[in-house]
Ligand binder design. Structure first.
Ligand code: G3H
Ligand code: 13P
Ligand code: ZN
Length: 309
């Protein structure tokens, strides 16, 4: 089976009240760790590549490794560009064999966002590739995504129908209070389920995407801190909120920070306990197993997409 688009995955997820996990990939161990979890749980997967990941690994390596994952696992896998910020970047990914791209023009005006997104949709659809766009702005800092809390804004449900109709986009990321990175909430975690519900009513059957959806498990923060790290106050989206979103219109849930934390916690502990080891396979192997463990947990306990491949 070749790489697939997310169309069929989202249709089934919407009808079944679950969500597909979209996991960020940057190297071979992360790809293998995620795919092993997908195999064990018989789950469809979206593997997504940010512009930072492209710079780090070179897109051809990531694409070929994801193609190898499809061949080896037999799972339905979609290769997606995460947070593409220009038409040119999206076009390059379409040309390089991605089956899905995100054009994130959310920093522009509503009209400009429509214009840029529509151009990407036209090129992508001509090549059999699907498109995700974003309306509203999430806060948070990652490599290429850096939005302060004052520049963030919730999605306005009054705009979603016009946006989707005018752009022809296939899925829409909305801002309801999640944010990128491991520091999402200082006070009580709160998501605007009222916005999600209203968006769902205005766009019946249409797949909604939730970014910034790592839950930042306490045991990983504790392990990082116990072995010399410093992540005080790291706090993610409670899993029960993600499950609730998955049972509503949300069909794709983006997770990166939790994988980063699983790798980091494993390496910190490993080096502390094995200070003389220097073969990368000795420590990257356990890190890869930790990725499998956390992704498996997400597939079964958060997303509900186990057994849906
Ligand atoms: O939302 C962004 C993703 O987590 C990717 O982060 O830009 O640091 O690769 P990155
Ligand atoms: P987290 O930082 O919560 O993992 O979000 C990842 C994301 O939204 C990737 O696009
Ligand atoms: Zn994101």
């Amino acid at each position: 089976m070749p790489l697939v688009t997310s169309t069929e995955m989202f249709k089934k997820a919407y009808e079944g009240g679950y969500a597909i996990g979209a996991f960020n990939v940057n190297n071979m161990e992360i790809i293998q760790g995620i795919v092993e979890a997908g195999k064990l749980e018989h789950a469809p997967l979206i593997l997504q590549v940010s512009s930072g990941a492209r710079k780090y690994a070179n897109p051809i390596y990531l694409t070929k490794m994801v193609e190898a994952a499809v061949e080896e696992s037999g799972l339905p896998i979609c290769l997606h560009l995460d947070h593409g910020d220009t038409y040119e970047l999206c076009k390059d990914c379409v040309d390089k064999g991605f089956t899905s791209v995100m054009i994130d023009a959310s920093k522009h005006s509503f009209e400009e966002n429509i214009k840029i997104t529509k151009n990407v949709v036209e090129y992508a659809h001509d090549h059999g590739v699907v498109v995700e766009a974003e309306l509203g702005r999430l806060a948070g800092v990652e490599d290429a995504v850096n939005v302060s809390a004052k520049d963030s804004s919730y999605t306005d449900p009054d705009q979603v129908q016009e946006f989707v109709t005018k752009t022809g986009v296939d899925s829409l990321a909305i801002a309801i209070g999640t944010s990128h990175g491991a520091y999402k909430f200082s006070g009580e975690p709160k998501l605007r389920f009222d916005i999600l519900e209203e968006v769902g009513e205005r766009l019946p059957g249409f797949p909604i995407v939730l970014h910034g959806a790592s839950s930042v498990p306490q045991y990983l923060t504790d392990q990082i801190n116990e072995y010399g790290g410093d992540m005080p106050g790291a706090r993610g989206v409670p899993e029960e909120m993600l499950r609730r979103a998955a049972s509503m219109a949300v069909c794709k849930i983006n997770i990166d920070s939790d994988i980063r934390m699983a790798v980091t916690a494993t390496l910190r502990k490993y080096f502390k306990e094995n200070p003389s080891h220097f073969d990368p396979r000795q420590y990257l192997g356990p890190a890869r197993n930790a990725v499998t463990e956390i992704v498996r947990h997400k597939l079964v306990n958060v997303l509900g997409c186990n057994g849906k491949a």
